[in-house]
Design a protein around this ligand. Structure first.
Ligand SMILES: C[S@@+](CC[C@H](N)C(=O)[O-])C[C@H]1O[C@@H](n2cnc3c(N)ncnc32)[C@H](O)[C@@H]1O
Length: 322
């Protein structure tokens, strides 16, 4: 049968290829409903977005600035025979020319460095205005596992941080990450869409890195293309809205909530924040003066880039002072 298929392909290559080219979901290897959504949302970029999803993402590292600065670590990589360059938009990032086993990275087991995409590394710089000048600030990382952003926040600022996740097993990975990096936080297995875990003391800042469709990181998890259904987006958006409303009550007046997803679906991002702002009178969004991504309502959207960062969305929300 295989022989027959190959002969037919040899005989009818042009006709078969034309058939494939006519159907973008075959040519771009994505389900039709996803491409339809993206064509509406990103009329000039949907094809490039899908093409980026079909290429492997680069291996990017976050240098632990409590151990070593980026320039020095780049030199250590060079000495180890690993070519790398600084990430363009984040202060602690380094992208390797070629992916490698983490055990080959100088100082990995001593906590000098972690693997984290550049888009995920934008969280700490976005919280810098809120956290850099207030050592000891009470911070909640509400959906923290496996702990990449928790660790980056603790590397960058002196904080009293509570790391929550509803998945106790995944939360164990936060503990392991913090132990490797020599960092400390209170970790708590709890549902952030409820308040039964909260002692009533308000947080100065909250990070909501929300559970989402993962459509910005398809190149790292290609099974998302097969497993996600259109209905998931509606259900996830409803959960994100519940998380936003609940966590808003834990935020101190004048405090900052950073909303993040690794999604490229407007329902989880620009639309989510627009409806939150419309129903929350004491909330406003900061204009983000940054050189990455594109404006998306009150937030900023990054689409995945070949050899560059993953797809992400950020909005920085401020609670009116009392
Ligand atoms: C995008 S991941 C977080 C990634 C993490 N912030 C990091 O940088 O490593 C979303 C997390 O939300 C958690 N989650 C889902 N529903 C939740 C809920 N109701 N309360 C708390 N955590 C939840 C999931 O278990 C998952 O670990």
């Amino acid at each position: 049968m295989l022989n027959g298929c190959l002969r037919r392909f040899q005989r009818d290559t042009q006709a078969l290829q034309a058939q494939v080219d006519r159907d973008p979901s075959i040519a771009l290897l994505h389900p039709e409903w996803m491409l339809t959504r993206w064509r509406e949302a990103w009329p000039d970029d949907w094809r490039e977005l899908a093409e980026a999803n079909n290429q492997p993402g680069p291996m990017t590292l976050r240098v632990n600035r409590r151990h070593v600065d980026r320039e020095t670590y780049l030199a250590r990589l060079r000495d180890a025979g690993l070519a790398a360059y600084p990430t363009p938009y984040t202060p602690d990032g380094v992208t390797l020319n070629e992916a490698c086993d983490v055990r080959a990275l100088p100082g990995f087991s001593e906590g000098a460095v972690s693997v984290q995409d550049e888009a995920a590394q934008l969280t700490a710089p976005l919280l810098e205005p809120a956290l850099a000048t207030t050592p000891g600030a009470r911070v909640l990382d509400a959906c923290s596992a496996p702990g990449g952003k928790t660790a980056h926040l603790l590397e960058a600022f002196d904080l009293e941080l509570t790391a929550l996740d509803s998945d106790a097993e995944r939360l164990g990975r936060v503990d392991a990450t913090l132990a490797r990096l020599g960092l400390e936080a209170t970790t708590l297995a709890a549902d952030a869409s409820r308040l039964d875990w909260w002692d009533g003391q308000a947080f100065d800042s909250v990070l909501l890195d929300a559970p989402c469709s993962g459509t910005g990181v398809i190149r790292r998890h290609p099974d998302i293309k097969r497993l996600r259904r259109p209905n998931d987006i509606r259900e996830l958006a409803a959960l994100q809205a519940r998380l936003l409303d609940t966590l808003w009550t834990t935020l101190a007046p004048g405090g900052t909530l950073l909303y993040a997803t690794c999604s490229v679906m407007p329902e989880e991002n620009v639309d989510q924040i627009a409806t939150f702002l419309a129903r929350t009178p004491d909330a406003s969004a900061d204009e983000l003066d940054v050189d990455w991504g594109r404006p998306a309502g009150a937030g900023r959207q990054l689409l995945p880039r070949i050899d560059g960062h993953d797809g992400f969305f950020y909005a920085r929300l401020r609670k009116q002072s009392a």
